[in-house]
Design a protein around this ligand. Structure first.
Ligand code: CUA
Length: 350
């Protein structure tokens, strides 16, 4: 039985087959077959060295045990070759793991430009998934456990199959971790900061979604289902009322916020006003007073709202008021970020 487990895991891992093993659920994203061989390599390498080292320890303990009270330890001398090898072999193995893991890691961090952009927010104790471009938001709904009848909140998360999906992940209260085992993806959701990754789910189906960071009493209930939809199902989902509108009042929530809060100082046509224009700033590197620079991204926009004097764009004077979370809540900040994003990234900062 044990041998079967090991072989199935090893074979699946090395060949990158889509079935799961005792160690891993079935592969359901394009990353999974990049990650799994490395996982199995590290696993079996660890098993090999565990057996080797613990076996040798037990064997030496028995072989060189004290047999009589007056027995003395024989003098121990250096063995240069042995000492070189036990440093060199692990170094080479660690470098192999590093180089092997580097490629998928870099890939994971840079989403394709045509990816569908979604926002994930973790809060005690459920997830909210916003679809800014589609003006939809999937919150958690109450679900009863079929056996116990006890109700808890669960999130249904819908994504199209075979299409890159980029997640921008945040947290409203404490640290959470957004985890989809079948995609081999796990990312911390950190309050006051955005993290992200992307995936391409290539197997339509329903997969489990977890919170992988202890976040309080109902941490274990903070779960949901990821529905990977075929082209036809995805089109039906877009028309359905399964997820309500992101902002019930308007499709242009971000623009309304801009008109009300930012317009007097930040233009969208590239003209210079009190503050930098929003035209084409997304993704650009801005020179900061004091000689540093910053990339205009989710985190920078958020910081600029909450703490405007932290990074002043060169040649502009400080003077922007603070927007606290009671004036602009997280959802408003996200909407403004989406608005700034929609002003393009082709120009430069005025
Ligand atoms: Cu959220 Cu654990």
């Amino acid at each position: 039985m044990m041998r079967e487990f090991l072989t199935s895991g090893l074979v699946h891992g090395l060949l990158g087959e889509a079935q799961g093993s005792v160690w891993m659920p079935p592969e359901a994203s394009t990353f999974a077959n990049e990650m799994d061989p490395l996982f199995y390599f590290v696993l079996y390498l660890s098993v090999f060295f565990f057996v080797l080292l613990i076996g040798a320890t037990v064997w030496f303990t028995l072989k060189y045990r004290e047999r009589s009270p007056d027995q003395k330890t024989s003098p121990v001398k250096h063995n240069g070759r042995l000492e070189f090898l036990w440093s060199a072999i692990p170094t080479v193995l660690l470098l192999v793991i590093f180089v092997w893991g580097q490629k998928p890691f870099v890939n994971l961090s840079s989403a394709p430009v045509d990816a569908l952009n979604l926002r994930v927010t973790g809060q005690k104790w459920n997830w909210t998934i916003d679809y800014p471009g589609l003006n939809k938001s999937c919150g958690a709904a109450s679900v009863a456990d079929p056996e116990t009848g006890i109700e808890h909140m669960e999130t249904d998360f819908f994504v199209p199959a075979n299409r890159p999906v980029k997640l921008t992940i945040g947290a409203a209260d404490v640290l959470h971790s957004f985890y989809i085992p079948a995609f081999r993806l796990k990312r911390d959701a950190v309050p006051g900061r955005y993290t992200g990754y992307w995936f391409n789910a290539n197997e339509p189906g329903v997969y489990e979604l977890f919170c992988a960071e202890y976040c309080g009493q109902q941490h274990s209930e903070m779960r949901g289902r990821v529905h990977v939809l075929s082209e036809m199902e995805w089109r039906a989902f877009l028309k359905s009322s399964r997820c309500p509108a992101l902002d019930p009042d308007a499709d242009d929530y971000g623009e309304k916020l801009y008109q009300a809060n930012c317009k007097t100082c930040h233009s969208i046509d590239g003209s210079r006003q009190t503050g930098p224009s929003f035209k084409g700033i997304w993704g650009h590197t801005a020179e900061i007073t004091g000689g540093t620079s910053v990339t205009v991204d989710d985190n920078y926009v958020r910081e600029s709202l909450r703490d405007p004097s932290a990074k002043i764009v060169e040649s502009f004077a400080p003077g922007m008021p603070v927007f606290s979370s009671s004036q602009l809540d997280d959802r408003a900040v996200n909407a403004l970020i989406e608005f700034i994003k929609s002003q393009g990234d082709s120009g430069h900062i005025e």
